[in-house]
Design a protein around this ligand. Sequence first.
Ligand SMILES: Cc1ncc(COP(=O)(O)O)c(C=O)c1O
Length: 414
Amino acid sequence: MQHDPKLTTDSPTWSIETQLVHSGQSQRPASPDHVGNPTLRPIYASTTYLYESVEALDQAFSGKTSKGEAAFVYARQGNPSSNTFEEAMTQAERGVGAVACGSGMAAIHAALLAAGLTTGTKIVASQDLYGPTITLLHKLFVPVGAELILVDLCQPAGIERLRSEQPDIIYVETISNPLTKVADLDAISTIAREIGATTIVDSTFTTPCLLRPIEHGFDLVVHSATKYIGGHGDSTGGIVISSKNALLSQLRDYTMLLGAMLSPFESHLMVRGLRTLSLRMERHCQNALQVARFLQDHPAVARVHYPGLPHHPHHAIAKKLLPNERYAGLLAFELTEQTRAAAFRFINRLQLCLSATSLGDVFTLVSYPPISSHRTLKSTELHNMGITDGCIRVSVGIEQIEDILRDLDQALQS
Ligand SMILES: Cc1ncc(COP(=O)(O)O)c(C=O)c1O
C-alpha cells in the first residue's frame, strides 16, 4: 500500500500541523471498484487479504511486498487503517515506526514488554504515574521478578537517584495527573544514556503538537489516544512510537501475540482526530491558561496547579519544554473549603462542564480524583502525594472561554 507522494505528508518540508491535517489521505492505485480515488483512505474492515499468487502471499507474510511496500495478510498482524494511524504518528513524533493498540493501557503494556521488563530487570518509574500503570507494574511484572522502584522523577534529587539505582528501564509521564508536575525529559535522558537504560514516556497530556519526547532523547513514546488524539470522547485506543528499529520490532511482535491491536474502525477515528489535533490543542492550551488565571484570583480557590502559572514549582521546566505558552489543557485546583462535601457541591452545581472521568475531549470535563483516577489510593496516600480533599481536576475543553468561566464561577458561588 504505497501512498501517492502528491497526496500524502511524507515530505519533511511540511510542518507537523500541516502533516496532521493531511493524515490518512488516499493512496494509489485508485479504488479497484472504479469509483475514483477517494480523498480519504477507506476503512479496511477485512480480516484477511488476497494476493495474485501463493508466492506473493508468502512474501506478504514478511510484512512487505516484493516492491518493498507494506503488505497485510491478517488484521491482528496489521491492517491498512491502523497502518495509516501509525504512519501519521511516526511522522508527528519523529520516530522510526509506531504500533497502534486497543487502549492506552495496552500500549503501555506493549512498551514495557518491548523495553525488556521481565525477571531480573529493574525499572525506576515516576511515583506520580497514572494509577493503573503502577498497578500494571505491581500485578504483572513484580510477581515475575522485575524490580520496581518508584521515585519522584519530577525533582532533581529523584533524577540524580537514577545514577545510583542504575535501572534497565526508566518510565515517566510528561505531565503528572492531577498535580501537573513536569518531568525534565532532557535531564532524565542524559542520565539514561550514561547508564544504558531504555526510556519510556507517556506523552498523553502533551501530544506531538506540544512536545516530541524523541527529540529530547527518549526511546519509546506512549499515548492514550482515547484522550486528545481521538479528542471527541467516542473512541478508545493507544499507540507506541519508537525511535529505534529493534524496539519497534519487539513492539510489533508483542502486540500481535497479545492481540492488542487497534481495530480498523477505531484507527479511522484516531486519524480523523489527528486532522484537527493541532487546532484543538491550541485552543485547549489557551483556555486552560485563562481558567488557571481566573481560578487563582477566585476567593473560593486556595491553590491552582497549572505549569503555565509562574508560581508552579516546574514552571521553568515547562517553559523550556513547552514553548509559546502552550502548557497543555489539564489543571487541578483546591477549594478553600478543603472537604469532599464542598467538592461534591461544586461539581453538582456545574451546568456546562461535564462531571465525568477522562480528559482531552472537546468539552470541559471535571473530576474528583479520589473517586475517579485515584480511587484505589487510601486518603493518607492521597495526602502524601499532595492531593487534598478539596482537590478538583479540570480537563479544559474548547468551548468559548467566557462560557467555561461563567459556569465555574456560578458553581464556585456555592
Ligand atoms: C496519562 C494516561 N496514560 C494512560 C491512560 C490509559 O489510557 P486508556 O484509558 O486509553 O487505556 C490514561 C487514562 O486515563 C492516562 O490518563
